[in-house]
Design a protein. Structure first.
Lengths: 324, 372, 324, 372
């Protein structure tokens, strides 16, 4: 076991995959000699050669489109989009093509591939280096959407994504890239893509979160505990397909729910969690289902610390639903 | 030859001026027959559409030589990334009209399980005929990815990526040609310039002198060919295919032709296509052009032509009847193939849909217990 | 007053706008001499000339990108995307650019423009001529999203959208283009972009819907009425910004809610409606908040009548929440 | 001249071989001073970034001649659609360094209200300097729309749309050049080929012989110019601007230059830029190049150069101090300008944020009651 940061765990996961499966290849903007702007792909070109880890022209449409063709013809592309904010030129390829290929061809052609991309705020990136776009993708049948929050999960979920027979969007919380370390087993292991993770047990309030919001919610939960409110913190990990049973179960356990994400609230992923609970467990609810999210504005720069949900805002919501 | 000039092979009298296509009589007649079968497919599909039996079709009159000429340049181990107008290529390589008609009807035997609109074919044999998508241009770059896999595995195969004049404005064209040239991928890009993108004429699509010249923006050869001359198209595409096979990288081929019918069976081209243009191109009919060549080689006479036309129509019409008699897909086909394994939430939705259909009494014949 | 179909009302709205405001112009694929594939723009090139209604090259990125520049420089572009399914190549321009221009420039540059596009199923269009993508856009601050369901609203909302200072995505329910007629005043009038419409009064169950689902829900409501269940049917009309107050009010009125849309359920617009109610009026709820939606699959062709919510499915849900 | 050749004006000895730029001494010196101010801006910004005062900057060493030469070809009534590396153009036309430094700090006086990252400028006067966006290439087609408005109103204005070599692979490049050529729009496309897109060299960006040649794909003139020669850039862009002004349509100009620094202050170019390349381009320094010309005209000597350098640094440094002393934007700036009018739901969120900040005691100085 090594003690790794989240980005090191990603790098390790890529190396393990490339060593064990010769069809795996990595490409994107600046992933080659430079090793990626966050160094997630450091050392790959050197170890695996330019035909398996290489830079592409500046076209996300091209990156994802080519990956689909590779995947359809027997390779396992793991491409990188430099920032999730820059994935939108590839939106058509992802939503219209990768996600629908198996269905529209009656299963004759498939696109097993992974798109890795850093998402979220916290680096003073302003409108275009901070966004959390998971909701744009979670409305797309045929796609899987995965977000790790620990080094262990980052590697295990990534390896599971690479082995998955369907296209996976793998969103990496860039705010956590180097801020936390954790034990990561060597070699290959996988974390299942269909189960949530209970990050903390508690019987008073259930907090649903994922990615960079997990440590924020854990901190809020600690503060709540000091006030005598025990929180069940759920790290959703795989947003699509979601462990709906697990969500309903966790909500029922406390009857009080807070849903947290960085993305804007309106039509965000949190709405789906609320809706699933309101549809399947409303009679267990003893309080409003609260959401703590980014605001319904673009992502600002100087004031990003006001924009992003912090432990204080989460704690407020926990107290609100607890005292309701 | 500059990209502005256009290569033709068949001369007005049917001669080919010393060029040797190196094709057997059987190969030549296979091209001819396939063109006639495309024509028959058009006729049958139009009839079915007008009768309300199928929803939609895409006519090919005028562009048969381009499609068959290009298909004839490929081996069965190559891949085709087709546009929706390219089903002649599938016919050429041996896809059965019955399988195609199942798609036109979207029935239970359709390889796409009735999920797509008509003419959105998908086949893996006898040639890889990639699943057709409606969004224009997306497949152009996908073809490059498929070719990259061939390169990496050092396979001697080639990908044909086919699209229209309108398709050159798409994002996939730009990224596709750019990536292919940088990667030196074994791809032949076939721009079927039939001069219209639905009602938009080429003059509104681009200001460039030709479509072939667009190759220079990407650093690959571009060549313009007479798209109504099946031997010329085959010649040019074959050269590009051979170069690609030898590691020489991609080529952009512009086949200059004309769409003689509407964009689709829903379109009324008289609203926008000038009559004079139609009349002009009528004289360049690709089938008649090829017949002159075959006649000169004593491979064709009007009687043979009439027989092949009749046989083709009969074959396609019979295929339609088979498809017509095939039931609809079962309700489970709505829910399968979204992922390899059906996730919980989709399974639940499928179960609910199946139960409702049973209650309403309209579950399709053959639906038993919900099987997913 | 003329009795017009929905598509005629759109055509009339465009003409009125172009007559009264010389900065309005219409462009897109096949909107010129052909008059659009659904004939929404018929006669415009003839009346207003080729510089104000014209065809473009086949690039949605180009159509929307050019519209942004025009709007920033004093014109009022009303561009058409031939089918909503083909809007994704323009996703980057819409989400990253049109929606964020005012914000990122501190209000110095703006993009007042309208993107019209037909959406939804019912014409046997399969995967790519049937989609309802409203949720992809409603998660985008800076954008407005409008969906009419009657000829009167189609014209009035369109004229309000054209006069709006912000970018508006105007989704037209193609299934209703010619299936219903209604009275449409001549000349210019506007329907406010921030209020929902009560399509039917009722005190037992509230049904939220929009676009092509409105007549479906009205039919279900009639059937429910025969069974003694009176439905309050709410046509949301403007999805973003949503009349949240109105939604909460309507939910409280009955305490039983059904949300209906054609789009897939997961992370769809209906989830936001459920979440708003679960957050603001949960104590009024006497039953689960039910959703009736398209399935979480791509849109099929032959079996589209099973895929699309119909009056039967809506009625089932109404009875379910009523008898809960 | 073919697109492969490259136009230069200033010769090694500072002569210009009979070419007359028709610029007054003051205009020439304005170009020179602006180049020096860009250099000073780079230095001050780097210092501030390393000191943790600002988050980020984009260096311009090596490309000053391209930016200033292009800016010098425009009138104040023209529009600029810049890339993030183009702030020299704003300086040239009279935007004050103080206004620019407000943006670098993202403070309350920033015209973008502290919402954007540094170097994402936006100005309406003294020239329309369109709001810079991070996504590469989106502005290339937007520029065409802005130009269309000028055409429709019959204004004699022109749009300069500027982007990098990497930008040519973007979607906006493809749709932008295509639409502009079809519409004959008054746009000059300036491709600043500094040979790198972050760490990606041109050889991985495109296989074409040059960037200028990409013009032929769209049917517009393309020309390659020495981007380290301010007079050559001004000459070529001026010709393109005049053609556009007269209704002659768009041009693609490739300015061939080299990025001497990192991509940004976060980048370490020694990981990928070969040292020999740097050494080679060091000799072509655009400022030194222009100095040779000015010296020959007796407009420059090392003492004047040193003075202008010192003055420029002092000016930019003073501007930074003003910005440094300016407070942060108020919390309401998070919520305004999403729409012209603040909708209910955003107003409620703003109110909650303001209340929380007050409770936490960290509402910014100057925040009173929530004003929206
Ligand atoms: C991205 C996208 N935009 C619009 C359409 C609608 N559409 C279908 S076919 C077509 C014209 C295509 O013209 P061309 O590429 O020349 O092919 P042709 O039909 O002439 O063979 C258009 C605009 C589409 N399918 N995809
Ligand atoms: C759509 C998009 N993809 C990726 C990025 C990340 N990125 C920022 S600058 C850059 C390189 C741009 O290179 P070039 O166009 O040559 O401009 P230069 O920086 O050399 O001036 C990249 C890849 C981005 N901003 N936008
Ligand atoms: Mg065409
Ligand atoms: Mg560059």
């Amino acid at each position: 076991m090594a003690n790794l940061t989240l980005i090191q765990a990603v790098n390790d996961g890529l190396k393990v995959a490339m060593r064990t499966d010769p069809t795996v290849l990595v490409f994107g903007e600046d992933v080659g000699p430079k090793g990626g702007v966050f160094l997630a792909t450091e050392g790959l070109t050197k170890e695996f050669g330019e035909s398996r880890c290489f830079d592409t022209p500046l076209s996300e449409d091209g990156i994802v489109g080519a990956a689909i063709g590779m995947a359809a013809n027997g390779l396992k592309p793991v491409c990188e989009i430099q920032f999730q904010d820059f994935i939108f030129p590839a939106f058509d390829q992802i939503v219209s093509e990768a996600a629908k290929l198996r269905y529209r061809s009656g299963g004759q052609y498939t696109a097993p591939m992974v798109i890795r991309t850093p998402y979220g705020g916290g680096i003073r990136g302003g409108l275009y280096h901070s966004q959390s776009g998971e909701a744009y993708f979670c409305h797309t049948p045929g796609l899987k959407v995965v977000i790790p929050s620990t080094p262990y999960d980052a590697k295990g979920l990534l390896l599971a994504s690479i082995d998955d027979p369907d296209p996976v969007l793998f969103l990496e919380p860039k705010a956590l890239y180097r801020t936390l370390k954790g034990e990561v087993p060597e070699g290959k292991y996988k974390v299942d893509l269909s189960t949530l993770r209970t990050a903390r047990e508690g019987k008073n309030v259930t907090v649903f979160c994922y990615g960079a919001m997990v440590p924020v919610c854990m901190k809020a939960a600690e503060q709540a505990a000091e006030k005598g409110i025990e929180c069940l913190v759920v790290d959703l990990r795989t947003l699509l397909p979601l462990d709906e049973e697990g969500v309903i179960e966790a909500a029922k356990q406390t009857g009080r729910v807070v849903v947290v994400h960085e993305a804007p609230r309106f039509c965000g992923f949190g709405g789906e969690i609320s809706a699933i609970i309101a549809e399947n467990a409303i009679e267990y609810m003893e309080a409003p289902i609260a959401r703590v999210t980014g605001f319904d504005t673009p992502f600002p720069n100087t004031l990003e610390h006001h924009y992003m949900p912090d432990d204080r805002r989460v704690l407020d919501a926990i107290e609100h639903v607890w005292s309701y | 030859m500059t990209v502005q000039e256009m290569l033709s092979v068949i001369e007005p009298d049917g001669g080919i001026n010393g060029y040797d296509p190196k094709m057997s009589n059987e190969e030549l007649l296979h091209c001819y027959r396939t063109m006639m079968r495309v024509r028959a497919f058009d006729d049958v599909a139009l009839k079915l559409q007008r009768a309300g039996r199928i929803g939609f079709s895409i006519p090919n009159r005028g562009v048969e030589a381009t499609q068959i000429g290009a298909a004839a340049a490929l081996k069965k181990t190559d891949w085709i990334f087709p546009s929706y107008r390219d089903f002649g290529m599938a016919l050429y390589h041996g896809v059965s009209p019955v399988d195609m008609m199942h798609n036109m009807y979207g029935n239970a035997a359709d390889s796409a399980k009735g999920r797509q609109m008509p003419v959105h074919f998908s086949f893996r044999t006898p040639i890889q005929f990639f699943s057709i998508s409606s969004p224009i241009g997306t497949h152009i770059i996908q073809a490059v990815g498929a070719a990259y896999a061939m390169q990496l595995r050092k396979e001697p195969h080639v990908v044909l990526s086919s699209f229209g004049d309108g398709g050159t404005s798409s994002l996939g064209f730009h990224s596709g040609l750019n990536f292919a040239a940088v990667w030196k991928s074994p791809v032949v890009f076939l721009c079927q310039n039939n001069q219209w993108a639905i009602s938009c004429p080429s003059s509104q699509q681009t200001a460039s002198e030709s479509y072939a010249i667009k190759a220079s923006a990407y650093g690959m050869p571009g060549i313009k060919v007479d798209g109504n001359d099946v031997l010329a198209v085959r010649r040019v595409v074959s050269e590009a295919v051979e170069r690609a096979r030898k590691g020489g990288g991609p080529t952009l081929v512009e086949a200059y032709t004309f769409r003689m019918g509407g964009h689709s069976t829903s379109d009324d081209p008289t609203r926008y296509v000038p009559k004079e243009e139609l009349a002009k191109w009528e004289k360049k009919d690709p089938v008649a052009n090829f017949e002159r060549f075959l006649a000169k080689k004593k491979l064709w006479d009007p009687a043979l032509g009439a027989k092949i036309a009749a046989d083709s129509f009969a074959e396609i019409d019979a295929a339609a009847k088979v498809a017509e008699a095939t039931p609809r897909p079962g309700i489970e086909t709505i829910f399968s193939d979204v992922y390899r394994d059906v996730p919980q939430h989709i399974r639940r939705q499928g179960q609910a849909a199946f139960d409702l259909a049973h209650r309403k009494g309209d579950a399709s014949a053959g639906d038993g217990a919900f099987p997913l």
